[in-house]
Design a protein around this ligand. Structure first.
Ligand code: MV4
Length: 491
């Protein structure tokens, strides 16, 4: 591999190019008119503008991107995450053009792109799944009957779904038909596929995912878990590795299950297997067939460069490690810094980064795509940066992250920095006693962010405790309250 084109932008394009440079591989950036001045364009050895700002006219122009590869003698394409990264048709076209796609096969993408196909594919491996019906609903009376057997509340999910779209909680049989119709019409408009199925609703889960890596020779390993429960409306906010809740036995069992999921679709490359975890049980949800945003926490605790390993695999080399070579070293935390205003319902706050100073220090990594003075474009995801720290243990990582956030200077736009400072020092986070509802549950009063400096820690812990006890003793934190808010707030 002499030259790689990165079919992406911002922090992930830069991150991929850094590994390429270290490996002596030339890089090509593609960019939209909105990104002409971005650092990732300057960092590349060559760069080509692919079109106007909207993604559909630039970063999603697969044929144009392939033509650029031919023009510039590119050997491989790294798609990053989002955009074309999980597009089976694009992957086929790349391969047909004689270019190495740095990612899994289009067949694996297609199987895992459908939740029902994924469930069917892993069935014979005996992987734990949420009790439910593993086929699309066609017969409503039958589905109602089965729902009663599963037990309410149940969750209706779109097979093609992602990001919570086409998902509906049903509290009572009386609501079933209405909720199903809404899930179907949402799935049709979002994915052009109205297939929906049913699962028992898991009310207080943690989202734990396993990083897997497989080569083209049948070797599959896992690189342990990432805890991604702290999220807001399906947008992750804090990720960590390892999870505070897994025992070595559970970690091993989930790791093995994740490797089996990869085997079930003849996977190669880097992938992530998502699980729900509740009360010592775990359930397979889906597999993401790309490098994920939060992959750095895995790199921090394992010492593996996942992009380097992706390139090796694409070249047909065997994995450079086996399962026994891998172990967990310390603890890593990542926060996503978004250009959003936590005091104004997390509305995107675009504008100019008048002052932008990154924290530095041992075990501190900032993956970003901006520089001081730049404007955050409105056309793409409002993530400014990922701030990652590596500590000796969880406590040390929280301490390092707290300091790194305090050392981060962002002026000119509102960001989620203060919110993350609050969250990682919250009693529920520090104690490890949280689930996917953390933000909605513990961030009810945004004015808490007005308290600054040393006070924050104390107030956050005391106030957090108060909220926790209050909500529990009054019993107002139930799947029922959750479901109404969840469906109402969905956009
Ligand atoms: C669930 C669930 C509860 N029970 N499935 C959300 C996105 C999709 N990939 C799966 N999701 C969920 N599936 C059952 N049977 C709750 C969620 C869920 C969730 C999962 C992980 C992280 C954040 C979440 C937020 C809301 C709902």
């Amino acid at each position: 591999m002499k030259k790689i084109l990165i079919a992406n932008r911002g922090e992930i394009a830069l991150r991929i190019m850094r590994t390429c440079k270290r490996l002596g591989i030339k890089t090509v950036a593609i960019y939209s008119e909105a990104d002409a001045d971005a650092p990732f364009v300057r960092f590349a050895d060559e760069s080509v503008c692919v079109g106007p700002p909207p993604s559909a006219q630039s970063y999603l122009q697969g044929d144009k991107i392939i033509a650029i590869c031919k023009e510039l003698d590119v050997d491989g394409i790294h798609p990053g995450y989002g955009f074309l990264s999980e597009n089976a048709n694009f992957t086929r076209k790349v391969t047909d053009a004689g270019i190495n796609f740095i990612g899994p096969s289009p067949e694996a993408m297609e199987v895992m792109g459908s939740k029902l196909a994924a469930k069917a594919a892993v069935k014979e491996y005996g992987i734990p799944m949420v009790p439910g019906i593993d086929e699309a609903i066609t017969d409503i009376p039958l589905a109602l009957e089965k729902s009663k057997q599963i037990g309410y509340p149940i969750l209706i999910k779109a097979s093609a779904g992602g990001g919570g779209k086409g998902m509906r909680i049903v509290e009572r049989p009386e609501d079933f038909v209405d909720q199903m119709n809404m899930a179907v019409s949402e799935a049709v408009s979002a994915f052009g596929d109205g297939a929906v199925f049913i699962e028992r609703y898991v009310g207080s889960p943690r989202h734990i995912e396993i990083q897997v890596m497989a080569d083209k020779h049948g070797n599959v390993v896992h690189l342990f878990e990432r805890e991604c429960s702290i999220q807001r409306r399906h947008q992750k906010v804090i990720e960590e590795a390892p999870s505070a809740v897994l025992t070595p036995e559970l970690r091993d069992a989930m790791g093995k299950a994740a490797c089996d999921v990869a085997r079930a679709c003849n996977y190669y490359g880097a992938g992530t297997v998502e699980f729900l975890y509740e009360n010592g049980e775990f359930f397979f949800l889906e597999m993401n067939t790309r490098l994920q945003v939060e992959h750095p926490v895995t790199e921090m605790i394992t010492g593996v460069d996942l992009v380097e390993e992706q390139i090796n695999v694409a070249l047909g080399k065997p994995l450079s490690f086996n399962q026994d070579d891998l172990s967990i070293n310390g603890h890593a935390l990542e926060i996503r810094v978004y250009a959003e205003d936590p005091k104004n319902n997390f509305l995107p706050d675009i504008g100019q980064l008048e002052i932008y100073r990154r924290p530095v220090g041992e075990g501190v990594r900032v993956d970003d795509g901006f520089e001081e003075g730049m404007h955050i474009p409105i056309y793409y995801d409002p993530m400014i940066a990922k701030l990652i720290v590596h500590g000796e243990d969880r406590e040390d990582a929280i301490r390092k992250m707290t300091k790194a956030i305090e050392d981060y200077d962002i002026v000119g736009i509102q960001s989620t920095l203060d919110f993350c400072h609050y969250a990682i020092n919250h009693e529920a986070f520090v104690s490890g006693n949280f689930d996917t509802h953390f933000v909605k549950y513990h961030f009810t009063d945004p004015t808490i962010l007005d308290v600054t400096d040393e006070d924050t820690l104390l107030v956050a812990s005391v106030f957090g405790n108060y909220l926790l006890n209050d909500a529990e003793s009054h019993g107002d934190y139930t799947p029922s309250a959750e479901s109404t808010e969840w469906t109402r707030n969905r956009s």
